[in-house]
Write a protein that binds this ligand. Structure first.
Ligand SMILES: C[S@@+](CC[C@H](N)C(=O)[O-])C[C@H]1O[C@@H](n2cnc3c(N)ncnc32)[C@H](O)[C@@H]1O
Length: 284
């Protein structure tokens, strides 16, 4: 499992900043400013090994790519979701092996690939977008990640064309999610989770207003702020530059609301208990 084979993906790292996501191919090579990396020197070795560029002999580390590496290095035509936001989506929707998930819009397919990885082997991600450019880029990324069996990417306007039933989760990342709420609520099974990602508070307010009512419960919005910590002798501190804002994530669970049969009814009068027999006992 840990041996690198022809056509496998690797993350090649020179240092924290210089890293490349590559597909190794027998007989081919990759040129860097530090020299040439020959894939034949990598194929057959274990992930986690080091190799040396030719002719300069600079050390490069070879890792098995993580989902976060795929996301940050994949081709994109739109803004994509950051790995930490994807992590929260997985935790708060409960998406896992076997889950049936709808996503709109697909964008560059960054979240699509993460979702695809987690619903494997018997779940499915149905992803829709209205931009041909996004669909093409996303299909390309899904193919590179070998997820075609568990992901379908199709043209579709979530507000008009799409229809599904009994889904475990619906994930929205589009400009007007509040317009989609009315449509997608019927796609979810009871207790299924709707998640919406939006970069602005105005979008969040409209989305939460659309969710409020009898069909959703446990509506929560979160923002994640990630700070990298630089560890140095006597100078350990957060980095001075950071991504200050990605977006807000709103979650809501689908419910079947049932009228309270006790509402409006007077409680029955409490039954009086005759304690006269106990009076002798009490005297004792
Ligand atoms: C920010 S991108 C999504 C990025 C994606 N989450 C990712 O990680 O790569 C938003 C996408 O929503 C699509 N979109 C907007 N309105 C839509 C609609 N009504 N139905 C389907 N897709 C829509 C846009 O075309 C765009 O590609």
């Amino acid at each position: 499992m840990n041996i690198i084979k022809d056509t496998d993906h690797i993350l090649l790292m020179y240092d924290g900043k210089r890293k490349w996501l590559l597909k190794v191919r027998q007989g081919e090579n990759f040129g860097t400013h530090k020299g040439i990396v020959y894939f034949d020197d990598i194929i057959g070795k274990q992930y986690g090994t080091c190799i040396f560029t030719k002719p300069q002999g600079f050390k490069m580390r070879v890792f098995k790519p993580l989902p976060s590496d795929f996301i940050l290095k994949m081709g994109r035509t739109t803004q994509i979701l950051y790995p930490e936001d994807c992590g929260l989506i997985l935790m708060y929707t409960g998406i896992g092996p076997g889950s049936l998930v709808l996503e709109a819009g697909t964008g560059s397919g960054a979240l699509t690939c993460i979702l695809g990885n987690y619903v494997k082997p018997n779940g499915h991600v149905y992803s829709y977008d209205i931009r041909e450019k996004s669909l093409k880029q996303a299909r390309n990324n899904v193919q590179k990640a070998h997820l075609e069996d568990v992901v379908s990417i199709e043209y579709g306007d979530i507000l008009i064309d799409v229809d599904h039933h009994e889904l475990d989760a619906v994930v929205l990342d589009l400009a007007t999610p509040w317009l989609a709420v009315k449509k997608v609520k019927s796609f979810l099974r009871l207790s299924g989770v709707l998640c919406s990602f939006s970069p602005t508070i105005e979008q969040v307010k409209k989305t939460v207003e659309a969710l409020e009512g009898k069909e959703f419960y446990d509506i929560n919005t979160f923002e994640l702020i990630k700070r990298k910590i630089i560890v140095k002798e006597n100078a350990t501190r957060p980095t001075t530059r950071m991504v200050g804002h990605t977006g807000y994530l709103t979650f809501a669970r689908r419910i079947q609301d049932i009228e309270n049969p006790y509402q409006g009814k007077k409680p029955e009068k409490a039954e009086k208990v005759d304690l006269s027999d106990l009076s002798d006992l009490i005297k004792l």
